[in-house]
Design a protein around this ligand. Sequence first.
Ligand code: AHG
Ligand code: MN
Ligand code: MN
Length: 331
Amino acid sequence: MSVSLTHYLSQNLDQDEIGKAVKDTVLSLCNSSKIIAQALSVNGLTDAQFGDQIGGLNADGDSQKALDVLADKAIIQEISNYPVAAYFSEEQDEALLLDKNGSLIVCVDPLDGSSNIDNNLSVGTIFSILPRQAELFEPDYLMADALQPGKNQLASGFFVYGPQTSLILTTGNGIAGFILSGDDFVQMEWQPSLQESSDQFAINMSNMRHWAPQARDYIQKCLDGLEGAFARNYNMRWCGSLVADAWRIFRQGGIFLYPEDNRQNYHAGRLRLIYEANPIAFLVEQAGGRASDGKTPILQIKPQAIHQRIPLIFGCRKDVLNYELHHSNKP
Ligand code: AHG
Ligand code: MN
Ligand code: MN
């Protein structure tokens, strides 16, 4: 018997005010995901050029595409009906204050994998829900709330807009996968586990000459195959959409690496801590995997800025620990 997302949320959240706020906010994000998926399905038709750059740069210096902005607006419109005190987004320079009595802080990457919008490849939306701690409904106080360590998250998840519109979600009680079927997200009969090691790695190999020695050494040992130090043949995948690589890792296992490198602006890698690394790390840890910056678990890291980047290594627990072992052997 298929289980709806609504039922899953009722079973896995407290029936108190905060639990209801989280449930309603997740369901509102589902509404925005349908709007985004629908727009993508016609992208490229005359009046639907959603991969076009629209001139602005976001706070991280990335050029904004039409779908980045459409997704951001759709999410704001939906969550504004619920007790969300402040919204933080890749596409918003600062905090967006919403409900002065709101109990939640929501951090979002509205459209992840923007470089793939016109490629008919999977892209997605990543979200993180934190508790509001601030007494005052003031930007500085709410900004501090967005900078809580990831271990404080109440829920996190990501949507993938691909052959299926899907969702992986955690409310802190394991993780679950859902597929949009008709108008409802229906739970998949699937319990991902990232305990064991794998033979698959995901990294953008074109940056190899820029990586720190430990990343180059780790990947070289993967490439060395059966005769090498890891005594195993590996396969490589890289989608250019974090959500697509993450979904595959939850389904098949593997390790994802976006390490720091010596290019300008990449000294802390490319991915942002509060709306990419933290939500993914919460899911990965809940599935028995591990997510770190190569040394420290992501969920333990105290963010210093809302668009702060962080090196992100996540996936099968034993693979990430093995990478950290290499990382800790810095000369
Ligand atoms: P976004 O589109 O939100 O900026 O995220 C893109 C990220 C992530 O989705 C992906 O893993 C990574 O950028 C790809 O980076 P490269 O283009 O450097 O490979
Ligand atoms: Mn992204
Ligand atoms: Mn994005």
